[in-house]
Every structure is written in C-alpha cells, then in structure tokens.
Unconditional design. Structure first.
Lengths: 126, 107
C-alpha cells in the first residue's frame, strides 16, 4: 500500500526558497506510466496544481509558477522534491505530494491523483 | 488555462438525501474529469475518474456523469461521512486545474 510523506521547513523567509521532499513508502517508483506531483492549497482556498515529474525526469510545470519552480526525483532513494524560489506570502499554503496514475488505458489514457501525502504547511513570513 | 466552474459553492443537506454537484469546463475536455472528496484537515481522495468510473473501494452511492463541458457528481443516500468538500479536476492539458470546490454541510 503506497504512502507518501512530505517533509520540509514550516517557515520560509520572504524572497527565500521553499524546499520540500516527498518520500515514497510501500511501493516502487518503477512504473513508467506513473507521474509524481505537487499540489498546494492556500488557507481556506482551493487546490492548485504546481507540477509533475516522470520517472525519466520529464517535468511539467504550471505556467503560473514557471521560472520559480524546480522538481526532481530519485528513484533509488524513492524521493521526489520541490523547490520554489522567491517566495512571498501568496505562497503560504499546505503543500501535498501525490502520485498521478493512469487507471484505465482501454481508451484514452488519462491520469489521476490516486495517492496523496498528508500535506505540510509552509508559511512565508519574516 | 481551462477553467472549471463548480456549482453550487455550498450546499446543505440531510442524511439520506440525494444531491448533485455540477462542474462546467470552459472548453471541451472529453471525459478527462475526476472528482475528489476532501474532509477538513485531510488530503483529497479520488472518487471518480474518466468522468464516470467509480474508483475501487468507493461506495456505489457516488456516481459521475457527463462529457465535453458539462459534468456532475451525484450522491444518493447521503451518509454522515459524506459531509465534506468536493472538487472536480481535469486532465486535458497543462495546466491541470481544479474547480473551486463545493462544501457539503449537514442541514
């Protein structure tokens, strides 16, 4: 049974860099169809997709954050990471890591966030 | 970016009721839509994918329908654990986006 566990500092200074890591527990990262992603949720707000990364390192970022976001992945240690630079108060949110998996490829192969971490709150404040 | 507009934004209902939440996409997304349930303080859980396929383990009282731009999630016979916030999400193109959410409260 797959579990995802986020880790990282809870407090980040304005204009600093937010760095988060996600540990993959209980399953491998070997399925080439799986993607690994980050989603955030500002307090009391909706969900915002940040980006996804494949096991081959192909990344896809939300254009609203492109230029500030970098994702990486290490299948040998079963971790993937998020870096967000030049953060402001608007980046204060609960950050979730998640697996994106194609559940039905009998037709078009769409992927869905089927497993999520518990979320970690990152607060941008001086 | 594709916008997903959910309605209503909030809804009050009683245990046993049948409710429907709608999600309208700003352009044709075929059936590339999923539904998630989020309880307070918890991560979202996937309920429905490809617009109408019930994820394994999700109760049969949840049904999804629609294609193109108009989608709906229906819960028949609300249970106490169903009172939560529901989000739709598309997988048509970058950026993936979510609807604004529908909060379902006990009447």
């Amino acid at each position: 049974h797959l579990q995802l566990q986020e880790s990282g500092p809870g407090l980040v200074r304005p204009w600093g860099t937010l760095s988060l890591s996600c540990a993959v527990v209980g399953d491998s990262m070997d399925n080439f169809r799986d993607l690994w992603g980050w989603i955030r949720q500002a307090p009391g707000k909706g969900l915002e997709w940040i980006g996804t990364i494949s096991t081959t390192g192909t990344v896809d970022y939300n254009p609203s954050l492109e230029g500030r976001v970098t994702m990486s992945l290490d299948t040998s240690t079963k971790h993937f990471s998020l870096m967000l630079t030049s953060v402001t108060a608007a980046d204060t949110a609960v950050y979730y890591c998640a697996r994106l998996v194609a559940l039905d490829c009998s037709g078009t192969c769409w992927s869905w966030f089927d497993s999520w971490g518990q979320g970690t709150l990152a607060t941008v404040s001086s | 970016a594709i916008q997903l507009t959910q309605s209503p934004t909030s809804l009050s209902a009683s245990v046993g009721d049948r409710i429907t939440i709608t999600c309208r996409a700003s352009q044709d997304i075929s059936r590339a839509l999923g539904w998630y349930q989020q309880s307070p303080g918890k991560a979202p859980k996937l309920l429905i994918y490809d617009a109408s396929i019930l994820r394994s383990g999700v109760p049969l009282r949840f049904t999804g329908s629609g294609s193109g731009t108009d989608f709906s999630l229906t819960i028949s016979g609300l249970q106490p654990e169903d009172f939560a916030t529901y989000f739709c999400q598309h997988f048509h193109n970058n950026p993936l986006t979510f609807g604004g959410g529908t909060r379902l409260d006990i009447k």
